[in-house]
Design a protein around this ligand. Structure first.
Ligand SMILES: NC(=O)c1ccc[n+]([C@@H]2O[C@H](COP(=O)([O-])OP(=O)(O)OC[C@H]3O[C@@H](n4cnc5c(N)ncnc54)[C@H](OP(=O)(O)O)[C@@H]3O)[C@@H](O)[C@H]2O)c1
Length: 332
């Protein structure tokens, strides 16, 4: 049996793409004691990957040149020498961009398929959903009935953040790029209002029109100009959840935010976070998400790019807005 892999060959200075990777094949490494071999089915594609391979600073150790790209994934056990894992079990772990990785059992989790399908585990029970849950509820201190503005609203984290706020009886306004994404948010997810930032000549004016009473929680996935505009639309005591700043990925010069003056007068709290900070509480989040998934109040559009060889192309899609929903690569 062979393990197909995608190796990092060059560090991107801007947006990563196929030119920075190379396909490779090797025999599957037989599992040692405590290890399993997994046939990968889905690989999560995440904006953070850019910082794991780029030339700038990263919050985790960088992937080395010549090594398989790092990634979280879901797959089925095909060989096991680890207690608690049987052939046929579905698991999630650090598959990387590999078809048949050999993984440590103590770094891999069994998936409970009585809770959700493997697509649910890739989507509304996955890390993006956990990010939305802790970002909105803990960092954003969301309260029922508030007005919530979400950027990157049609993406993996954004879609779940919007739905969590709807479940909490909030008024929810989503910002996304393009008519199709906005139609999806308005018609399928039933958001109260949407803003197509690519079609709006004045994004701050569009926010004021959509939120005439002001915004209580701004869930920021993009940073840059949209963050700056959102600062002008905040209400007294608002919270800004700094989840990500994808608009600045690959920018030669970082956007300088001008409207920070709004924070003092309106007693705004702005806070960043990493989902891993909440690792001890994942079970709590998944119980909440499962409850609402089963009740039909939560859905996640998975955007599947089929083929391990297309992983580099999929990664580039995040930065051009080519995905709607949680982006994964389908393998096998
Ligand atoms: N804090 C954490 O622990 C944590 C964990 C996971 C993810 N994140 C962050 O959460 C954000 C969303 O991640 P995700 O995995 O769910 O990705 P995603 O939203 O599914 O995909 C990225 C989206 O970003 C939007 N985008 C790209 N360039 C943009 C620009 N210049 N201006 C505005 N929007 C732009 C695109 O949507 P449009 O077509 O709408 O532009 C694209 O579809 C990212 O910033 C990521 O870094 C943070």
């Amino acid at each position: 049996m062979n393990n197909h892999r995608i190796l990092l060959t060059e560090r991107p200075t801007g947006i990563p793409g196929p030119e920075h990777f190379q396909a490779d094949v090797e025999p599957v490494r037989p599992p040692g004691s405590g290890e399993i071999v997994v046939a990968t089915r889905y690989i999560s594609i995440d904006p953070a990957m850019r910082s794991w391979i780029g030339v700038g600073p990263s919050y985790v150790r960088q992937v080395e040149i010549g090594q398989p790209m790092r990634a979280g994934g879901i797959g089925q056990v095909v060989e096991s020498r680890a207690a608690g894992f049987a052939v046929g079990d579905w698991v999630q772990g650090r598959t990387g961009w590999q078809s048949h990785p050999t993984l440590r059992g103590d770094q891999t989790q069994n998936l409970d398929l009585s809770v959700g399908t493997i697509e649910d585990w890739a989507g509304p029970l996955g890390t993006s959903a956990l990010t939305a849950y802790f970002g909105l509820r803990d960092v954003g201190a969301l309260r029922p009935g508030e007005t919530v503005l979400v950027s990157g609203a049609a993406g993996g984290v954004g879609q779940i953040a919007c739905q969590i706020a709807l479940i909490e009886a909030c008024r929810v306004i989503g910002i996304a790029g393009g008519a199709d994404k906005c139609a999806y948010l308005r018609d399928r997810l039933k958001l109260d209002a949407v803003i197509d930032y690519k079609a709006e000549p004045d994004i701050a004016a569009a926010m004021r029109r959509a939120c005439p009473e002001g915004v209580d929680v701004y869930f920021d996935n993009v940073g840059g100009e949209i963050l700056d505009a959102a600062l002008t639309a905040l209400r007294m005591g608002a919270r800004v959840v700094s989840c990500g700043r994808i608009s600045q990925a690959g920018a030669t010069e970082q956007y300088g935010v001008k409207n920070l003056g709004a924070l003092g007068g309106k007693r705004v709290r702005m806070q960043g976070f990493l989902v891993f900070d909440y690792h001890d509480r994942y079970a709590e989040a998944r119980a909440w998400l499962t409850h609402h998934l089963r009740a039909g109040r939560l859905r996640q559009k998975l955007h599947v790019v089929e083929g391990l060889d297309r992983a580099p192309e999929a990664l580039a899609m995040l930065f051009s807005g080519g995905n709607t929903g949680k982006l994964v690569v389908g393998v096998g």
